[in-house]
Design a protein around this ligand. Structure first.
Ligand SMILES: Nc1ncnc2c1ncn2[C@@H]1O[C@H](COP(=O)(O)OP(=O)(O)OP(=O)(O)O)[C@@H](O)[C@H]1O
Ligand SMILES: Cc1ncc(COP(=O)(O)O)c(N)n1
Length: 268
């Protein structure tokens, strides 16, 4: 039995460290949580785009998960890039067997516009994975793809939130508004409540891996036993600091700063 909270990420790699399992691992570490990772895909990518993708065979993903679960069961887990239906089936079975609080970041395309998921996985994600999660954290485009409903503003976001809860059987949904105009506004819809968090938009091109990092913070806080709302509030503070203090790495959409958030910022 571990003496420190453990969070697991099931996601792809980004060798430049801005997104995927490296971003998640840095985020878990900076939140004081022990991180584990099962790799779904190896990507050749950098801040300018995705050059190539190699999907791990589903049975090898299964082996990685068995190695972890037979040794130590994490307190919470998240998924990121899960490119194929076969891998999603492995993940869904594991989530059903172990009932660990599970956050889905439904990664579909990179900031650069490159596809990271096969089209047919969306249906499996919608019908089988979403109802098994404690929350699913789509950006605007992902929320549109999953629900089939166009989002132009807050009224659509509320409608899409209801679709997740009432039609797709989600426990909750966290819709990130980073890709809309104006302030960066995010929404947490649960069956009892709606929490809306807004921060001024930071003018920057360095937003590579914001979605991964945001969902990793939520997962880390859930691993510590924090509520969904507490985890959401902390993730928003953390990502705002991380974007504001981006380290300026690479020639394109650079990564955020996974270590800039300080707890004291909460009390400013
Ligand atoms: N320019 C910005 N200024 C402030 N906050 C931002 C900005 N861009 C994104 N965010 C915030 O970052 C988080 C991630 O949002 P976003 O909508 O970009 O997710 P995403 O598209 O999944 O991320 P990614 O771009 O990494 O794929 C949200 O909390 C969002 O409000
Ligand atoms: C392995 C992996 N996972 C997720 C993302 C999405 O992150 P972003 O949309 O910020 O590029 C990515 N680019 N690579």
């Amino acid at each position: 039995m571990s003496r420190i909270p453990i969070a697991l990420t099931v996601a792809g790699t980004d060798p430049t460290g801005g997104a995927g399992v490296l971003a998640d691992s840095k985020t878990f570490h900076s939140r004081g949580v022990y991180g584990m990772a099962a790799v779904t895909s190896l990507t050749a990518q950098n801040t300018t785009g995705v050059q190539d993708v190699f999907n791990v065979p589903a049975d090898f993903l299964e082996k990685q998960l068995e190695s972890i679960m037979s040794d130590e069961v994490p307190h919470a887990m998240k998924s990121g890039m899960v490119a194929t239906v076969d891998m999603m089936v492995v993940l869904a079975n594991m989530v059903a067997d172990f009932k660990i609080p599970f956050v889905i970041d439904p990664v579909m395309i990179a900031t650069s516009g490159d596809a990271l998921m096969e089209e047919e996985t969306i249906e499996f994600l919608r019908s089988t994975l979403v109802p098994k999660s404690v929350t699913v954290t789509p950006n605007i485009h992902e929320a549109e793809k999953i629900t089939g409903h166009r989002i132009r503003g807050e009224a659509d976001i509320r409608k899409v939130g209801r679709i997740f809860l009432e039609e797709l059987g989600a426990h909750s949904v966290t819709i990130k508004g980073g890709h809309l105009q104006g302030d960066a506004v995010d929404y947490l819809f649960t069956r009892d409540d709606t929490v809306i968090l807004s921060e001024p938009r930071i003018e920057t091109q360095h937003t590579h891996g914001t979605g991964c990092t945001f969902s990793a913070v939520m997962t880390a806080e859930i691993a510590k036993g924090k509520t969904l709302e507490e985890s959401f509030r902390l993730a928003k503070k953390y990502i705002t600091s991380a974007i504001r203090n981006s380290p300026g790495i690479g020639k394109g959409n650079g990564p955020v700063n996974h270590f800039s958030f300080r707890e004291e910022e909460l009390h400013e």
